[in-house]
Design a protein around this ligand. Sequence first.
Ligand code: ZN
Ligand code: ZN
Length: 191
Amino acid sequence: MSSSSEDRISKFVDSVSKLRGISYVSVSSEGLPFKAAGIQRQGAEYIAAISHSLFTELQQISKEVDLGTPAWMKVFLKDNTNRIYIFPYDKFILTVKYDYVLDKLIEKLIENLVKGIRIICQHCGADLTFEVYKCPKCGSSLTYNVKRCWNCGADVSIKQCPKCGKYILPDGSKPGFITLLILKIKSIFSK
Ligand SMILES: [Zn+2]
Ligand SMILES: [Zn+2]
């Protein structure tokens, strides 16, 4: 296991566990707890073991029926307000229990982790890969690399870095002069 994937997992766990509506985040390796937030040690051990065997079983079943390798599994709980997302990353298995209203956000944050996406502010170097951006129109929680709000459709292709306040594009790069000019003109006429 590379140290960079451990570093990414740490950042993911730290950011995600701070969100409102997250019950816990658990990371296991070979069925043993590696890192956890929101649960006590004993709970973490139990979740690590269960998640490991659940995912191993799922992989087995998928293989038996020629479905290939599963990317993730999602458990819909009977109370209908919470969901559990279990997925592999490198040598680890991650388990996130969250409020269903966070479904899209959790999916996007996990996608950023698994696909190795990095969003670094090119002005100040802030790592925004697992940070949450609030849509200025509807207040929905989004990831920094979206161009449009997935709730209201607002154009959010240019955002302000939460650390330095400067304008950035979805990949963290600096927008060009013309792009900024258009943004300024738009903001004048929308007042
Ligand atoms: Zn919105
Ligand atoms: Zn910045």
